[in-house]
Ligand binder design. Structure first.
Ligand code: ATP
Ligand code: MG
Length: 195
């Protein structure tokens, strides 16, 4: 019988993950949690693919800027002095550009990960967006210490090793975007998990 929360989610190892040689380590962390890799490939995206991957709505872009503003506020930095801007949407637009450049800076590894509560569990294993805030034991908390304070000063995105879908709907959309309609997703039984 299929588990009510058996899900598929979309994961990408980002350029810093590939360049730090962490592809295997990242896959291992999903597999050791009894999640299954059901599709896997290294590839080079086009600028258009990356641009379409990240949302374009103002609410999402403003949220990117808010992550910068919150960090600046927490540590007593003036965004205007550091970046020349203090509006969340304006900062978000800059961050989105840096993000696209960052995602094109090395090959990526795309995969579909399947299992119980896969969407939430994969996000938990990855850890929260900003590595300096991520708990030890998460991928981002164990292998990165990046922060918007440094990243934005260097006019680049926060490097956080891995992307993972946020909701089952986003996962479905991203699997189709990155593997194509009717892509080959494999099916097999994990010892001790599926039987
Ligand atoms: P992802 O979508 O890559 O899984 P996420 O959902 O944790 O990560 P989002 O809020 O969707 O984070 O932001 C997308 C990506 O943009 C982040 O993973 C990070 O690389 C970058 N990013 C987010 N906020 C900032 C920021 N304030 N400054 C620079 N880069 C940022
Ligand atoms: Mg996201």
């Amino acid at each position: 019988m299929k588990h009510p929360k058996e899900e598929q989610t979309f994961v990408m190892v980002k350029p810093d993950g590939v360049r730090k040689g962490l592809t295997g380590e990242i896959i291992k962390r999903f597999e050791q949690r009894d999640l299954k890799i059901v599709a896997l490939q290294m590839f080079e995206p086009t600028r258009e693919q990356i641009d379409e991957h990240y949302p374009k709505d103002e609410a999402w872009i403003a949220r990117l800027g808010q992550k910068t503003l919150k960090t600046y506020e927490k540590y007593g930095f003036d965004p205007k002095a550091e970046l020349g801007m203090d509006n969340d949407l304006e900062i978000g637009k800059e961050v989105r550009k840096w993000l696209v450049d960052y995602m094109l800076s090395a090959p990526l590894v795309r995969m579909v990960v399947q299992g119980i509560h896969a969407v939430d569990v994969v996000r938990k294993i990855a850890g929260p967006t900003l590595p300096f805030m991520a708990e030890v034991g998460t991928i981002r908390g164990d292998f990165s210490i990046d922060s918007p304070l440094l990243a934005n000063k260097e006019k680049r995105a926060v490097m956080n090793l891995v992307h993972a879908s946020e909701t089952p709907e986003e996962a479905e959309h991203e699997i189709e975007h990155w593997f194509g309609k009717g892509a080959k997703i494999y099916s097999y039984k994990r010892f001790g998990v599926d039987e």
